[in-house]
Design a protein around this ligand. Structure first.
Ligand SMILES: *Cc1c(COP(=O)(O)O)cnc(C)c1O
Length: 481
């Protein structure tokens, strides 16, 4: 009879074989054997080839018998890996990159192997404490003081969703039928999704116009809120974006906090992109006021360089999470804690059974100390400033105006009064740059500038060599355009 149990020597074989394969992959990645993306890359899989790979991997029938590890590893590394975009590539600058620190993956692996239960404190006081430490560190990094707390989530979208629940808990059940949400037109689409999941349909999510620098227009916000109050709506939440995905613009959180406190509206800071830059001097200036927000969503898988799947919703007042999420009364759950210093996470968020998430952030932060992260973030800010300056010196290129300080996104491209022509040429420019395989950039469309090429420097390994390469690729591409 086959058994699911692995003997210790089998476990060791599994670990050693996987470790060898992973290390080979890391070596190949560092040696440039993978392109930053296979899309637009001459010898790689395009969209159509991605579908071919999907067809090759497709398996409708549940496997009845075992397959050897070697075959399976080949399926992962030779087939599933070699297409699409390579987010862990140091030249990946599209969207919001996440290199994913290896140390964090090891932390998660330990956590999964130990498989403890963090839903109730009594089941795992040690790992609950480690997760609590991480949350408290995040709170202090984002400018919160005593009394603040949070919950580790798998992503910023879930953190934004939790924030909506907290905001709606504040206006009360009855008022929710008239509740409205406010976010700038440059805000992230996950806010509208979060609102919908929390029971607020799209027609009660107000899109507020932005200033020329793409931050929320406070006069427009005030007008929209007053207009809604006059019509009997109940403004429940203003979302300030601390780092828009498009340009890295940071809404004025100090002014937003002042506005929201006067109206008694929950202020949520969507700092998914920019949050941890507050560790740096420039970031602190940009994110001034974050500590005044009622809640903050922040992605450790973005500005803390961790692998995908770790974010947080932080709240200024710990009790607000319990108000929003505590149900209580499940007799089969281990006895719950009545001390707010020793929390039952099932009362602080939507989940019960889940992995202990703390180690993913705890291991790298403890191994290196937070100063190492601060330095790395500062380096990204320097690289982006340097890139913007050097691009601006290229004759054909216009760089999207960046206030200083600024998060590490740089928009650029050729300029034309004919917007359709400009869009066509910048799409082509991005394609040409990407076809070389060293870097991968995306494009975005801005209200003022039209379609531009966009780079976001956020991978822990992106360095001066990569930026030099990018500039060389831009120059080469301009010659072909
Ligand atoms: C990435 C991002 C989100 C969504 O976070 P996920 O972790 O991708 O779910 C929300 N808001 C902003 C500003 C972001 O950059």
């Amino acid at each position: 009879m086959p058994t699911l149990d692995l003997a210790l020597d089998q476990q060791k074989y599994l670990l050693d074989t996987v470790a060898a394969r992973l290390l080979r992959y890391q070596e190949d990645l560092a040696a440039g054997k993978y392109p930053a993306s296979y899309l637009h890359h001459p010898d790689g899989a395009h969209d159509a080839d991605g579908k071919l790979i999907g067809a090759l991997l497709r398996e409708d029938d549940v496997p009845q018998h075992g397959t050897s590890l070697e075959v399976l590893l080949s399926e992962i590394f030779d087939r599933a890996m070699t297409n699409g975009m390579i987010h862990p590539h140091p030249g990946f600058m599209a969207h919001v990159p996440s290199g994913g620190l290896f140390q964090a993956a090891v932390g998660e692996f330990i956590s999964r192997t130990l498989n403890r239960f963090p839903g109730a404190w009594a089941a795992s006081p040690g790992f609950t404490q480690i997760e609590t430490n991480v949350i408290k560190w995040f709170c202090s990094m984002l400018g919160y003081g005593t009394g603040s707390f949070g919950y580790l989530t798998t992503g910023g979208s879930i953190a934004n969703f939790m924030a909506m629940r907290c905001a709606l808990a504040q206006v009360g059940e009855a008022a929710q039928q008239r509740a409205t949400i406010y976010v700038s037109s440059q805000g992230h689409f996950s806010v509208a999704k979060a609102a919908r999941m929390a029971g607020i349909p799209g027609d009660r999510v107000r899109s507020i116009a932005v200033n020329r620098d793409y931050t929320i227009d406070l006069d427009e916000l005030r007008r929209a809120v007053n207009h809604d109050i006059d019509r009997g709506y109940i403004p429940a939440c203003v979302v300030g974006t601390a780092g828009t995905t498009n340009t890295g613009a940071v809404d004025d959180l100090v002014q937003l906090a002042d506005f929201c406190s006067r109206y008694g509206i929950w202020l949520h800071a969507d700092a998914c992109f920019g949050g941890f830059f507050r560790l740096t001097g420039r970031g602190r200036a940009l994110l001034e006021g974050s500590g005044q927000a009622d809640s903050i969503a922040v992605d450790a898988h973005k500005s803390l360089f961790l692998p995908h799947g770790i974010s947080a919703l932080l709240v200024k007042d710990q009790s607000r999470l319990k108000v929003a999420f505590e149900i209580g009364g499940a007799a089969y759950v281990p006895e719950l804690s009545d001390d707010d210093n020793f929390v039952d996470f099932c009362n602080y968020g939507p989940e019960l059974t889940r992995e202990a998430r703390g180690l993913t952030a705890w291991l790298p932060i403890k191994l290196h100390g937070i100063k190492a992260f601060e330095r790395c973030l500062d380096e990204k800010l320097d690289l982006a400033d340097d890139l913007a300056d050097r691009l601006a010196h290229l004759d054909a290129i216009t760089v999207v105006d960046r206030g200083k300080p600024h998060l590490p996104t740089v928009g650029f491209g050729v300029r034309s009064d004919n917007r359709t022509e400009q869009a066509r040429r910048n799409e082509r420019l991005a394609e040409l740059i990407n076809s070389r395989g060293s870097v991968y950039l995306s494009t975005t469309t801005l209200p003022e500038e039209g379609l531009v090429v966009r780079s976001c420097i956020m991978h822990h390994q992106t360095d001066k060599v990569v930026i030099d390469q990018l500039l060389e690729d831009v120059t080469w591409s301009l010659g072909k355009l």
